[in-house]
Design a protein. Structure first.
Length: 338
């Protein structure tokens, strides 16, 4: 493990108010999004769509890295350059999603455990050869009346820590993503309690497995009300409780926090990130790693027609710019219509 190299890459991933573009949707997720817009589902359309995104002019001014999928990291742009090579050329760090998805957790109804550790060390070396410098693994924690169970949190924390140690052994920075889902009617205090407990167990487990904190990026959820909660928390309360949770659990030598959007609207994801960065005593860089909240409107404009590329690219570039402002605490809702 080259600790210096890991730390340098992690710092580069969160430098200069830039964020991380998540274009690592599985075939299943991509299929749902394409079908909802009547876009034919095939490999060439998936390639064309992601080609449109990563070749957007000025994207690298606001995006430090992009998380690719197994298919995508092996594809090429329309100019016949591999996606990782093109990204490297324009100053965007290639990354790779390596988990095999959240599956039903045995003996624990309605809970999930993320799989994909088998053969991961060998796959990591393959992805490194293809150009990946960081990786991502997502754990899913659901809030309901009697869940999450301690068993679910502990099992997912262990998988995250095993994954992170395998990454670091290959000198690849692990993005550690313990996502407490927004789904449900719980209030913001319940989200805080569950997220606080989850992050506590995750960092305790990372430490036990000798993961070097200076060479990881945390990708957490913000502390929000459940999506079906009648009493939605204010942006100020979201920011305050999110920072409190991070301060309780995240070691200061972690270089950065890159939030997931987690089902928030584009505007809310930007506005809440901005409010978090207005609390300016954070020991870490605080930025974004958004998927849908960066690219959905661009996908709608593209709609499977490459003649729409330029207009779609303007949309992804603007969203990246607005979120970069939010990562600096300089965003405002008025900018949405400018």
């Amino acid at each position: 493990m080259n600790v210096k190299k890991l730390n340098e890459t992690a710092k580069e991933m969160v430098a200069n108010c830039k964020g991380i573009l998540a274009i690592d949707e599985s075939h299943g997720t991509c299929k749902k999004r394409f079908e909802s817009l009547n876009i034919p589902v095939n490999e060439e359309n998936r390639r064309s769509y992601r080609d449109m995104l990563i070749t957007a002019e000025s994207l690298s001014n606001f995006i430090s890295g992009a998380i690719l999928f197994d298919e995508t990291i092996q594809q090429k742009t329309s100019d016949n350059i591999s996606f990782p090579e093109h990204m490297k050329k324009i100053g965007i760090i290639p990354g790779i999603k390596v988990d095999a998805g959240a599956k039903n957790f045995s003996c624990h109804p309605n809970e999930k455990i993320t799989e994909g550790l088998d053969g991961l060390a060998e796959r990591m070396l393959k992805y490194k050869e293809l150009g990946a410098r960081f990786a991502k693994w997502r754990a899913v924690i659901t809030i309901d009346n009697s869940i999450p169970s301690d068993a679910c949190i502990i099992a997912n924390a262990h998988a995250l820590a095993r994954y992170a140690s395998i990454c670091q052994e290959a000198d690849i920075v692990p993005i550690v993503e313990p996502e407490v889902l927004m789904d449900g009617n719980h209030d913001i205090l319940k989200c805080f309690d569950v997220t606080n407990k989850t992050q506590s167990i995750v960092f305790e487990t990372l430490d036990k497995l000798d993961v070097n904190f200076s060479g990881i990026i945390l990708k957490p959820n913000m502390i929000t009300s459940g999506s079906n909660c009648e009493d939605q928390a204010s942006t100020e309360q979201i920011a305050e409780l999110t920072i409190k949770c991070l301060a309780n659990n995240v070691p200061k030598d972690v270089p950065g926090i890159a939030f997931l959007s987690g089902g928030q609207s584009d505007e809310n994801a930007s506005n809440n990130l901005n409010s978090i960065n207005m609390i300016n005593n954070n020991p870490w860089k605080v930025t974004f790693s958004y998927g849908r909240a960066l690219q959905l409107e661009a996908m709608k404009k593209w709609s499977g027609n490459n003649n729409n590329n330029l207009e779609a690219q303007k949309i992804i570039a603007k969203r990246a710019y607005l979120n970069s402002l939010a990562a600096c605490g300089k965003y405002s809702l008025e900018l949405e219509n400018s």
